[in-house]
Design a protein around this ligand. Structure first.
Ligand SMILES: [Zn+2]
Length: 467
């Protein structure tokens, strides 16, 4: 099958190029002069549109298997597709968690028939409990290993336990202490992998909650109980470990100015540290808490306007190289339990691209930088480049088309999630994701799928590549 994308402006690693794009057999074949006749079975008209390398969401918790009352992999990947994302990287903390190769392989098989977009899989790093399994996850094609720093794991269900002080200690795998964390960095460095972490120092969190003196009732209480210094401290420790071991260390869902400062300094000093942030930190502030209620609750929490401004600066100066959604759905009833008791997390995979395109249309980020943080740099970080993340001959023909002068409206009615309640309900956005191409064929148009579901598993290949 040959597909010609006509009259668009391609967003390439060399900048914007006005050219047609010929795809064949699932791959990009050539950039050709606009209007030059090409033998093609199908055409996509991209007049007036930007043609991006297919967007990648590296941070998706589909709750599947284990919590499929909250979300499923079929729903999250359909949301991804309809929002303009063509590849998702699925986080390892479903139940059971992906802590060994047997679970990795079964997750890969289970998800293969359900995926609306291409997908990669994360592994989970526990410390001593699976220290020598992480290299096997890497060899099996895991994009990276995630370390849920400060969280315990239930021995039986292999599920994450957030508030583990109250749980019976013999039911848990307790979080590793820093000596063991350093050992884990050394192990991941030995095979050239990527160690990503949730960064919030658990001792600072525990003491901050005690000092509050009463249960969390308001959003201000929540911010006092989870101060930015907890994130910055944890990042600083990880950056030191990265520096001495050479391990590539990636900070997921970075949420504070203090965190961004530590990452910037570590990178300037030569430490192999990278960072991700998410649309919730780039579009919301603590002032939205009154309007949204506990729906705004995520970990780390959304903070001040100054934090948001610092994160945008970090996105634009390269301190942050990747933007992911941290799609982490819960039931609406669960989210209504109040700022203290509601679980952290919300929908995101379907709104990732529209919110970032809106930022581009408003001048907060350029088209070329948007291509980097939503595709190219993400693909490089997770061992998917140059198969994904670039518009060049030989790459997978995955494309996201954007009309920068269009507009779109986000509403719960149009979300494809199992529990379709989004923080951004009612927002009117500038710019519009109009269509996507997956594996050389049209896959989405006007926020609905085109054709069959045909997402494929993509194995990471980190060998010989560094970002
Ligand atoms: Zn997450």
């Amino acid at each position: 099958m040959r597909l010609l994308v006509r009259n668009g402006t391609l967003v390439t690693e060399q900048g914007l190029i006005a050219a047609d794009l010929l795809c064949a057999d699932g791959r990009i074949r050539a950039l050709v002069d606009r209007g030059e006749p090409q033998p093609a079975d199908e055409h996509v008209d991209a007049t007036g549109q930007l043609v991006f390398p297919g967007f990648i969401d590296p941070h998706v918790h589909s709750r599947d298997p284990g919590s499929t009352h909250k979300e499923t992999f079929a729903h999250s990947t359909l949301g991804a597709l309809c929002g303009g994302t063509t590849t998702v990287l699925e986080m390892p903390n479903a139940i059971p968690a992906v802590t060994d190769v047997a679970t990795f392989e079964s997750r890969r098989r289970e998800h293969a028939g359900r995926a609306w977009v291409d997908f990669g899989l994360w592994g989970m790093a526990l410390g001593p409990a699976n220290l020598h399994e992480v290299v096997r996850l890497h060899r099996a094609g895991a994009v990276a290993v995630k370390f849920f720093w400060g969280y315990a794991l239930d021995k039986e269900t292999k599920g994450l336990v957030y508030d583990f002080a109250a749980a019976p200690p013999d039911s848990l795998l307790l979080p590793p202490e820093n000596g063991e964390v350093l050992e884990m960095f050394r192990e991941v460095a030995s095979y050239g992998g990527v160690l990503a972490a949730h960064c919030e120092d658990r001792h600072i969190l525990a003491r901050s909650a005690e000092l509050l003196g009463h249960p969390i009732e308001t959003y201000d209480d929540l911010l006092l109980a989870r101060p930015a210094v907890a994130e910055a401290t944890s990042i600083a420790v990880g950056a030191q470990f990265a520096r001495v071991t050479g391990c590539r260390f990636h900070v997921v869902h970075m949420a504070s100015a203090a965190g961004a400062r530590v990452v910037r300094e570590a990178r300037a000093a030569g430490a192999p540290v990278t960072a991700e942030t998410c649309p919730q930190y780039l579009t919301l502030t603590d002032r939205d808490a009154e309007r949204l209620g506990p729906a705004i609750k995520v970990y780390p929490p959304v903070r001040s306007q100054a934090d948001q401004d610092a994160l945008w600066a970090a996105v634009n100066d390269g301190t942050i190289s990747s933007v992911g959604s941290d799609h982490a759905p819960h039931l609406v009833e669960e989210k209504m339990l109040g700022f203290g008791s509601a679980p952290a997390g919300g929908l995101g995979v379907e709104t990732l691209a529209p919110l970032m395109v809106d930022a581009m249309a408003r001048g907060r980020i350029s088209a070329t930088r948007l291509a980097e943080v939503l595709s190219t740099s993400t693909a490089k970080l997770y061992g998917l480049w140059p198969r994904k993340g670039t518009i060049r001959p030989g790459a997978d023909a995955d494309l996201t088309l954007v009309d920068p002068s269009g507009s779109c409206h986000i509403s719960n009615d149009r979300m494809h999630a199992l529990n379709p309640v989004t923080t951004w309900d009612g927002w009117n956005l500038r710019g519009r994701v109009t269509a996507s191409v997956l594996g050389g064929a049209p896959a989405m148009k006007d926020s609905e799928p085109v054709g069959e579901r045909r997402g494929r598993f993509v194995a990471a290949d980190h060998d010989g590549r560094r970002t």
